[in-house]
Design a protein around this ligand. Structure first.
Ligand code: KG4
Ligand code: ZN
Length: 326
């Protein structure tokens, strides 16, 4: 089955084609215009999607050697995300589906982040634990089957991606902050500064990163001679230690021996090393780098999965900016 996927939930405009569980074409345009504002400006994001989508979809089909009449369905991100940004993608997808007489399915962006791990390792099977770490979410899920998800813990305040982005801003670095902090941390000492780790009572699977951010702010305000590499390394290490420890607890609690990492922060190499080292006896799956941050390959892949089970959305389905996983 050949399915076109479209993703416009935030500042990435993306299109991809999935055929029989394989991505045959995928394009992403990251909107760099937001960098000068230090974060995503919703109205600008919507306008950029509007400008880019038509050509991007045509190019994606052309590169994949697919004509529109070979498509069997269209998948598009329904939520969560920025309302205006979601509307541009959903309206475009609906127009295409109506024009071509194709079924359409609205996709949960979080579920797509999780399921893209089946692309990384097709031998993955249920059940497994998912550590979902993105710009808006930090959650631990017990994934029993398609559509059977149990939340084991989540952040009480900032998401981990937000902790990277806000931390980067405090350090005077660019947006998005994750890759910036990661780069700076490469030459730093992870033990130079003792930053706080929240909720570390045994088996507590809740997260909190706002205290860490405040500790960084105080440190930067109070220190005269700051080694930015050490600060970045210590800050990143505080985040990674918490994520790795709680992932391990979640696996022990459920007796699960396989886990996946999902969302933009899964691109962080120190997180990858830490999880692989500490969970050496378990099966650990990370998405390939291009599928960590927002992309349409994950939307097309999950869309094909649902459409092949004859599951689709009515043509008047709404956008859901606050969509949850369960
Ligand atoms: O999944 P994503 O692309 O968008 C959301 O759905 O939120 O995640 C974006 C987040 C940003 O906060 C960004 O700073 C973070 O992922 N991120 C990283 C890295 N690459 C992206 N965080 C740490 N290390 C990275 N290499
Ligand atoms: Zn995302």
């Amino acid at each position: 089955m050949i399915v076109l996927g479209i993703e416009t939930s935030c500042d990435e405009t993306a299109a991809a084609v999935c055929q029989d569980k394989k991505i045959i074409s995928s394009q992403i345009s990251t909107q760099t215009i937001h960098r000068k504002y230090g974060g995503v400006v919703p109205e600008i994001a919507s306008r950029e999607h509007e400008k880019l989508l038509n050509d991007m979809v045509s190019d994606t089909l052309e590169v994949g050697g697919i004509s529109k009449n070979q498509l069997k369905g269209i998948a598009v991100t329904q939520g969560p995300g920025l309302a205006g940004a979601l509307i541009t993608g959903v309206c475009f997808a609906k127009g295409l589906a109506l024009g071509l007489g194709l079924p359409i399915i609205g996709i949960n962006h979080l579920e797509a982040h999780i399921f893209v791990n089946f692309l990384a390792d097709p031998t993955l099977n249920f059940p497994f634990i998912c550590l979902l770490v993105s710009g808006g979410h930090t959650q631990l899920w017990y994934v029993k089957d398609l559509n059977h998800y149990t939340l084991m813990g989540e952040t009480r305040d900032d998401a981990v991606g937000e902790a990277f982005d806000k931390g980067a801003r405090i350090l005077g670095l660019g947006y998005p902050g994750g890759p910036e902090i990661e780069k700076l941390a490469e030459d730093g000492n992870t033990n130079a500064i003792k930053f706080p780790r929240a909720f570390m009572g045994k088996n507590n699977m809740e997260f909190s990163f706002s205290g860490l951010k405040t500790a960084l702010l105080y440190y930067m305000d109070n220190q005269k001679n700051v080694n930015l590499n050490d600060v970045a390394a210590s800050y990143q290490s505080a985040i990674i230690e918490v994520l790795t420890t709680k992932l391990l607890w979640a696996m022990d609690k459920t007796n699960c021996d396989q886990c996946v990492i999902a969302g933009g922060v899964a691109a962080n190499k120190s997180l990858r090393n830490s999880v692989e080292t500490n969970l050496y006896s378990k099966k650990v799956i990370f998405p390939e780098m291009a599928h960590c941050t927002d992309n349409a390959a994950m939307i097309a892949f999950l869309g094909e999965l649902y459409l092949s089970k004859k599951s689709s959305s009515p043509i008047d389905f709404p956008i859901l900016p606050n969509l949850k996983l369960t």
